[in-house]
Design a protein around this ligand. Structure first.
Ligand code: KG4
Ligand code: ZN
Length: 343
């Protein structure tokens, strides 16, 4: 058989996203986002997201098939995000994928959103990355993972104890009056600021933290410090605050990632999830990984934020590894743990 064609469906948050891959080649990546409908609420409203998924699903699948220059019957397998995410939003994707797979008579893979974020790197860099350390930083999750086999074996080394990194970006952007989502807004604002202008705290980096929870993160102290600074400095320089806040997050994320590489002896790091699109994180990661002799892989910025290609990529890797598909129908799991790569 020539390389299998896999269609991936992602609906865990506010993007209705369809990706199609042939083996490791990306054929289509269609994203319909309801972000504008959520902007005035300062965060994603689950009911609005679910409804938008329903409306966008069929046109998005049709567009992806057309962009790929294939026909629906050429698809060898369907993959869908089974969790974690907003349950109502996930359900639209799972029901659609289940119907599509059943209608086509093809296998269905229910996959983990977080593992999919990491696996999208395989579309950009052709060598297999595992084993690797993976820093997964998105709006809902921040964790440090040891990936021995992306299709079956992921171990959580640490995670955030409070906010996710992306969530911290979104909240601080909000108090600074920047647009939603906050990550890209802070990234842009920080470009003209100084990362050393304000010395914001680095969460969980005391010697006691390094001894007891070396791979966990905490951003709530940083958030409070920034909020206090803003309150007590009426004429603050937005660019400097954005750059210094961003620097604290970038610094801690990379200190802990490289410590994990060193401790495990794994000289490969993948950075994935929406925050991996951050320009400062990408630049500092390049420098520090080069110094430490660690191979760094970060997907292109467009593939870091939620997309369907990442789900199709993980589905494709599952097919290539000979993993058995899941059941034809299953429930979405809003709290699917990262260690469960597929259902
Ligand atoms: O992975 P993702 O698209 O969705 C989730 O699974 O959560 O991540 C979205 C998060 C948001 O919090 C957004 O502010 C953040 O990623 N983000 C960024 C950047 N682009 C997106 N954070 C920092 N810098 C960016 N350039
Ligand atoms: Zn995500």
């Amino acid at each position: 058989m020539s390389e299998p064609i896999v269609l991936g469906i992602e609906t865990s948050c506010d993007e209705t996203a369809i990706g199609i891959v042939r083996g490791r080649t990306l054929l289509a990546n269609v994203i319909a986002s309801s972000v504008d409908e959520h902007a005035r609420f300062g965060g994603v409203v689950p009911e609005i997201a679910s409804r938008a998924h329903l409306e966008a699903m069929l046109p998005s699948i049709e567009k992806a098939v057309k962009d790929s220059k294939i026909s629906l019957k050429d698809i060898d397998a369907v993959a869908v995000t089974a969790g974690p995410g907003l349950v109502g939003a996930l359900l639209v994707g799972v029901a659609s994928a289940s119907g599509l797979a059943l209608g086509l008579g093809k296998p269905l893979y229910g996959v983990n959103h977080l593992a999919a974020h990491v696996s999208v790197d395989f579309l950009t860099h052709d060598q297999p990355t595992d084993p690797t350390i993976a820093l997964l930083v998105s709006g809902g999750h921040s964790s440090l993972l040891q990936v021995d086999d992306i299709t079956s074996s992921i171990t959580k080394l640490g995670a955030t104890m409070d906010d996710a990194a992306g969530e911290a970006f979104d909240k601080i952007a909000r108090v600074m009056g920047l647009s939603f989502p906050g990550g890209p807004a802070i990234d842009r604002t920080a470009l003209s600021g100084s990362p050393t202008a304000i010395d914001f705290p680095r969460g969980l980096t005391t010697s006691n933290d390094w001894a007891t929870r070396p791979y966990d993160f905490s951003f709530s102290g940083l958030k409070t410090a920034v909020a206090r600074y803003l309150e007590s400095t009426p004429d603050y320089a937005k660019a400097d605050v954005a750059a210094s806040f961003q620097e604290s997050i970038v610094d801690v994320l990379l200190q802990k990632s490289l410590a994990a590489c060193k401790a495990t002896g794994i000289d490969s790091l993948v950075i994935a999830g929406g925050v991996a699109a951050n320009s400062r994180l990408r630049a500092v990661a390049e420098e520090r990984c080069a110094q430490a002799g660690v191979r760094l892989r970060i997907p292109s910025p467009a593939l870091c934020t939620d997309n369907g290609a990442m789900v199709a990529a993980l589905g494709s890797l599952m097919v290539a590894a000979g993993r058995a598909p899941g059941p034809q129908a299953f429930d979405a799991d809003s709290a699917l743990p990262v260690e469960r790569v597929s259902l």
